[in-house]
Every structure is written in C-alpha cells, then in structure tokens.
Design a protein around this ligand. Structure first.
Ligand SMILES: [Zn+2]
Ligand SMILES: [Zn+2]
Length: 92
C-alpha cells in the first residue's frame, strides 16, 4: 500500500532552511506538480534536480521543490510519505 505525503495532504508544514544562505526556503509544492503548472521555469537545471530524486516512488518519498527568495536557490527535499493519516499539524 502506498503512503501519502503529509505535506501534500496538508497534515504538516515542513520548513527548510536554504542550504546556501541559511534563510528560510519556501515549499513550492510537489516537484512533479511544479513542472506541470510552471513549465515556463526552464532555467532550472532539470537534469541535476532529477538526479536527486531517483527512487522516490519505490521508497515512498515525495519530492518537493523548495525555493529561497533571498538567493534564488532551488532545492529538492524528499518528504517521507506516511502510511496512516495523522492529526493535522500546522506550524511555521
Ligand atoms: Zn508531497
Ligand atoms: Zn538562500
């Protein structure tokens, strides 16, 4: 049985700091959805990013795109999918 991503389902907000400048990066949502909706953003190094998300399906990980508005760095964060529904948690 496949799990579901707690971030996609709104159970959790997971904050990540930019690996480059340390400021808070913004979750732009599921990586694959991002490219469906924002395919105009072709300046992203898609080959490099794709290398980071290998095996995401088989290992129950949901790749999210995080973007730093300070230094404009994109990064992929793998969110672990959970099998059971959780109580919604919202924090920032
Ligand atoms: Zn997700
Ligand atoms: Zn940054």
């Amino acid at each position: 049985m496949r799990g579901s991503c707690p971030v996609c389902n709104g159970f959790r907000v997971i904050g990540k700091n930019c690996t480059q400048c340390g400021k808070k990066a913004k979750d732009f949502g599921k990586y694959t959805d991002y490219f469906d909706n924002y395919s105009a953003y072709e300046e992203i190094d898609t080959v490099k990013l794709t290398d980071n998300i290998k095996n995401d399906q088989s290992e129950g990980l949901c790749p999210h795109l995080y973007y730093c508005e300070n230094c404009h760095k994109e990064s992929i964060v793998l969110i672990e999918e959970v099998a059971e529904k959780e109580t919604p948690l919202f924090f920032d």
